[in-house]
Design a protein around this ligand. Structure first.
Ligand SMILES: *Cc1c(COP(=O)(O)O)cnc(C)c1O
Length: 346
């Protein structure tokens, strides 16, 4: 039995990373690795990022941060921002992982664990700039800073960063978020410290709104070549992954390929154009473990059909597919199950 493949082009990933880094410089690039590097595979992403000299790695949770530490060795900075258990905090402290802290309760637990372990936690305090998705509220910020500074004086933490996350929905909202963010940085500085990692923006705002960038930019999607839904193509950034299925059966009207909704392909994708050896053809139906494509002359079992990715006569990117069903490219990629074999091409 054949299996669909997500073919990973390392040279494209590295070229994307370099293009993104040049675009956001002098802001430092933190490559975001959540959801198994957006479905591409954490180890593959980290290895290639290392090869082009990335030195900040953003892992949603501490568990992913630990795996990343094993891959990158001792030097690189790893940032994990999910509120975690005490056991995981201990792991993070022992593995030298920077912690994103969005509540005073979490800060207190980190301070307590640092005290037990005789460690010093590197923390990035998060201000809520309007998303209401974890983050210290503006009215509580001064006291959170005071508490952090007290723990710093006790040698238990180091306030290395101030950060937030913005909606990237409208320029006006993002400007407002930045104003709150800069106020928060000012309050931190007035307490007599100067956190060096100031980070607010992800892919879209980092790319298009240079005035919003801090000293660090947390970027996932664009590194993998996933452009924004309804957004333009990006100079020097192209999809790093290609999704390929194999023909398993041919009939006069239609051919069957070996990918279906159980592999994570949304069944609502029926109607999109996919790439066949004879050019673009319509994806007629997505079944559970197979799909049906409009036939082409001389179709043979074993031929390949490209659902998205470089060099296809169908849709060029996961985002282009996603736009047909009103979602984002990230969702197409991260839904692909482990039955879809990740194959590194170069
Ligand atoms: C996912 C995420 C990012 C990266 O967003 P992209 O749009 O993929 O670049 C950055 N920061 C946080 C907190 C995130 O959750």
């Amino acid at each position: 039995m054949t299996r669909p493949e997500l073919r990973l082009r390392s040279s494209i990933l590295r070229a994307n990373i370099v293009a993104v880094r040049e675009r956001v410089s002098p802001s430092a690039l933190m490559i975001v690795l959540k959801d198994d590097a957006y479905g591409h595979g954490l180890a593959w992403a980290v290895e290639n990022a290392l090869r082009v000299g990335v030195d900040w790695f953003g892992s949603y949770d501490i568990r992913g941060g630990i795996v990343t530490r094993q891959l990158v060795g001792g030097e690189a900075r790893i940032f994990a921002w999910a509120t975690s258990t005490d056991t995981e905090i201990d792991d993070a402290l022992l593995q030298d992982i920077d912690l994103g802290v969005g509540t005073v309760e979490y800060l207190r637990r980190i301070v307590a664990r640092a005290s037990v372990l005789g460690a010093r936690a590197r923390v990035h305090l998060k201000i809520d700039t309007g998303l209401h998705r974890n983050g210290v509220l503006a009215e509580d910020w001064a006291s959170a800073i005071a508490e952090t500074r007290a723990a710093e004086q006790a040698g238990l933490v180091e306030l290395v960063g101030v950060w937030s996350h913005i909606a990237e929905a409208s320029d006006a909202e993002d400007d407002e978020a930045q104003a709150i963010f800069l106020d928060a940085v000012r309050v931190a500085e007035q307490s007599g410290t100067a956190p060096s990692a100031l980070h607010l923006t992800a892919s879209a705002a980092s790319w298009w709104r240079p005035e919003l960038r801090g000293t660090v930019s947390r970027i996932g999607a664009f590194c993998y070549g996933i452009r924004s839904a309804e957004g333009p193509d990006l100079d020097g950034v192209t999809p790093a992954a290609q999704l390929v299925a194999t023909v398993t059966e041919t009939r006069e009207e239609a051919v069957t390929i070996d990918i279906g909704s159980f592999d994570g392909l949304p069944s609502t994708l029926a109607g999109v154009t996919v790439g066949t050896p004879a050019g673009g053809r319509t994806l007629l139906r997505v079944n559970r473990t197979s799909s049906v494509v409009d036939a082409w002359t001389g179709a043979r079992v074993g031929e390949e059909v490209v659902l998205f990715g470089p060099g296809t006569s169908g849709e060029r990117s996961a985002t282009a597919l996603a736009e047909h069903i009103d979602t984002v490219g990230e969702e197409i990629l991260t839904r692909l199950t482990s039955r879809v074999r990740r194959v590194v091409i170069d």
